[in-house]
Design a protein around this ligand. Structure first.
Ligand code: ZN
Length: 620
């Protein structure tokens, strides 16, 4: 998402045509002097989706797969539940799975399902972001049809939500889809429908964000599922305010900030994560960031920063994934190591990675701290890039399994939450790869790609070529219609010890190139200049938690190497660290176990149906 947009660029964007989505933005945006709807302009901005193109590689493949999947999903099926409840003709097949009508009765009809239409807004959002990347006319036409079709089902009281199991949960996604349809596809109806929906939704929401403890104390007529996620609402409400200029959105966003039981304690350094639902509470960090951006609230910035640090230090696996059984555990109890024998639901992958990318992108933009980029790439390579693509019938990859031993499996229900976040995240790969500052460009992720921008009369760009993380070299070629002085910042991952090498046109740069920081090269850049990065990628071991010192993951650079075997292997520490690259198509390493067999150690993105152990045993 592109945040910090001001009134003038909002109007510019809103009047842009289809070609506008592909146009590059003028650098720097900071020159705009008109009054902004935000209190804080973050030091780093995202590029527009269309400024970045991914080239052949796994990230582009996931983006293309998701774009095609939802572009080709029948409109009537997507709109069916909304039309059914509105009493309109509702042709087309049922979607199935989570998407069909929930168990309620309307005008004598009994409906069954889980969370009807819950992910409709996310599919629209994913399409809108994909349109911003590709400028595809078919995609924009589909967004326009879906928004119009949804609008036709919406009455002034939003009766769809009468006795609805999770009104905030589904409203939040609809809100996001409509905002994105407006912002990225310039849909003419989306913000009007958004306002009508939001004003009606108030009747179905509590007076404030409710923690789970508070929800428990309020009996709900539907006792089968009483957890709604009111605490994630502010992010999109603040965005609706920024995009529309209407203060009622901002006031509603403030009302749903979960300050008493979550952001307040987090801002003071109290770890209140344990026992909370994992993904939605990480997602809520992005609401805190929007409170900082929109209102200038330092408390909410502290809450997001502290909360994220607690996530990393007390809840995370070596893969960067977190929240076994979708819950946070109590630090110091060995809960992560314990989970390896208790559950196969180790990390809710597309949703978790989506939330993780959002908060690390916000924090990176705020702090310019390269460690947030490190965390983003850890989740990228070890979780989401190993997710199987959503199937035409909605069958989806949901949990990564870190159990000893684990396996990749499909989720039992079709069209779950993770089918909604996956297309959004895959589009967001574009805005996560490069960032911009008033003085230059940040290279955050290493992947085959281009970024383009305009400055005055000049056109500039960078093109990355790399097989990273399966090769330790990255080449960045500079392009420009004329020579221009600016700074290229390159993330030097924290693990790249010792002596990462950065050079320009074959000459090593003189400034510091320190692991865990962005190296910067200020130059009068000319067309054809070449920046080269060479990162040491030593093998290292990471224990699952302090209570299980003999349960370790083998890690090389950003990649966790999973032991491919039907049972959890045991190694001598030195033998494991002496693993050798086996030079094959699956990126395997081979390590000799204590029983003398050679065990293949394989990155998650190259695992298919085989059994594996994320953590192996060290001989005690
Ligand atoms: Zn999910």
């Amino acid at each position: 998402m592109t945040f910090g947009i001001d009134r003038r660029s909002f109007l510019k964007t809103a009047t842009a045509t289809a070609a506008g989505a592909m146009a590059t933005r003028v650098l720097p945006a900071w020159a705009d002097s008109e009054k902004s709807l935000v209190a804080v302009s973050l030091p780093l901005a995202t590029f527009s989706y269309g400024d970045v193109q991914l080239l052949d590689g796994p990230m582009k493949r996931q983006f293309d797969e998701n774009h095609a999947r939802f572009l080709n999903l029948d409109d009537d099926r997507l709109l069916k539940v909304f039309r059914q409840v509105a009493g309109l003709p509702a042709p087309g097949e049922d979607m199935g799975g989570w998407y069909d009508l929930t168990g309620f009765t309307l005008e004598g009809n009994d409906f069954h399902g889980f969370i009807a239409g819950h992910s409709f807004g996310q599919y629209v959002s994913g399409l809108a972001r994909a349109y911003a990347v590709t400028g595809s006319d078919a995609t924009r036409a589909k967004i326009n049809r879906l928004v119009k079709g949804y609008g036709e089902t919406l009455d002034p009281k939003a009766k769809f939500f009468i006795d609805y199991r999770l009104p905030a949960y589904t409203y939040d996604k609809l809100s996001c889809g409509l905002i994105d349809a407006h912002e990225f596809a310039h849909d003419p109806m989306a913000m009007g429908i958004h306002e009508k929906l939001t004003r009606a939704m108030v009747a179905y929401l509590p007076e404030k964000a409710l923690s789970r403890a508070e929800q428990r104390s309020r009996p709900h007529k539907d006792t089968s599922y009483t957890w709604d996620e009111t605490y994630t609402l502010p992010e999109n409400l603040f965005l609706a305010y920024q995009r529309s200029g209407k203060p009622f959105y901002r006031d509603m966003a403030k009302r749903f900030l979960e300050d008493d039981s979550y952001f307040g304690p987090l801002s003071e350094g109290n770890n209140v994560l344990p026992f909370e639902h994992a993904y939605s509470h990480v997602n809520a960090f992005s609401s805190a960031m929007q409170a900082y951006i929109t209102l200038g609230s330092e408390k909410h910035l502290k809450a997001a920063k502290n909360g994220f640090e607690m996530l990393q230090t007390t809840q995370s696996f070596a893969t960067g994934g977190w929240g076994p059984n979708e819950a946070f555990g109590e630090p110091g109890t060995g809960q992560l190591g314990g989970s390896l024998t208790q559950t196969h639901a180790s990390f809710e992958t597309p949703c978790g990675a989506y939330g993780h990318f959002k908060i690390t992108r916000y924090l990176l933009r705020t702090t310019k701290d390269a460690r947030y980029g490190d965390s983003m790439e850890q989740v990228l390579y070890n979780t989401i890039l190993g997710a199987w693509p959503i199937q035409p019938d909605g069958t989806s990859f949901y949990y990564s399994d870190y159990a000893s031993t684990g396996k990749k499996v499909w989720y039992r229900d079709k069209w779950p939450c993770c089918s909604g976040t996956f297309p959004q995240l895959a589009a967001d790969y574009h805005i996560s790869t490069y960032l911009r500052s008033p003085d230059g460009v940040y290279v955050n992720l290493f992947t085959p790609s281009t970024v383009r921008w305009k400055d005055g009369s000049g056109n500039y760009g960078l093109k990355q070529e790399t097989k990273y993380p399966f090769d330790n070299k990255v080449q960045i070629r500079v392009s420009g219609s004329q020579a221009k002085e600016y700074t290229v910042y390159v993330r030097i991952p924290g693990w790249s010890q010792p002596n990462p090498v950065l050079s320009v046109n074959g000459k090593r740069v003189s400034g510091p190139v320190e692991p865990g920081r962005f190296a910067n090269v200020r130059n009068n850049w000319k067309d054809g200049d070449l920046i080269e990065l060479e990162l040491p990628m030593p093998l290292r071991l990471e224990q699952v938690d302090a209570n299980h010192p003999n349960l370790v993951a083998l890690v090389q650079g950003p990649l966790v190497l999973f032991a491919v075997a039907d049972s959890q292997p045991t190694f001598d520490r030195s033998a494991l660290l002496a693993a050798k690259a086996s030079n094959n198509a699956t990126g395997d390493w081979l390590a000799s176990s204590v029983d003398g067999s050679n065990v293949a150690m394989r990155p998650f993105m190259n695992i298919d149906k085989e059994s594996y152990s994320t953590y192996v045993l060290l001989k005690g």
